[in-house]
Design a protein around this ligand. Structure first.
Ligand code: AMP
Ligand code: ZN
Length: 107
């Protein structure tokens, strides 16, 4: 298994999850670029959101719902939800993940 997010979601690399659902987890980005910077990652490996959308709409919806939950729990309500897709768009980890970023943490 050569995928870092497969190692994180399966527990091979111990990680503190800020939230978890049946098929997805959320954890803090190791190098945050905003005051709030969380990643929401399905436990099953798909390389990017295009592949996820084409193959598993239910899992895509679960990722979005978990992102919405962690945004509600960790931000003041204003946040960005980003799927970098493709190397030239800035994707560096090729296991689909949503960035939840915000300037203000929940008070
Ligand atoms: P992207 O560039 O959209 O593929 O996002 C990958 C993100 O994963 C980057 O923001 C990295 O900082 C983050 N990242 C890489 N390795 C880890 C890790 N072990 N734990 C948490 N976040 C990570
Ligand atoms: Zn993976």
């Amino acid at each position: 298994m050569d995928c870092i997010f497969c190692k994180i979601t399966s527990g091979v690399i111990p990680t503190n999850f800020v939230a978890e659902s049946e098929h997805a987890v959320a954890f803090r980005d190791i190098s945050p670029r905003q005051p709030v910077h969380l990643l929401v990652v399905p436990k099953k490996h798909y390389s990017d959101v295009a592949e996820l959308t084409d193959n598993d709409e239910n899992l895509l919806l679960e990722v979005l719902k978990l992102a919405r939950q962690v945004a509600a729990e960790n931000t003041d309500g204003s946040f960005r939800l980003t799927f970098n897709t493709g190397a030239s768009a800035g994707q560096t980890v090729f296991h689909v993940h949503a960035h939840v970023t915000a300037k203000a943490a929940r008070a």
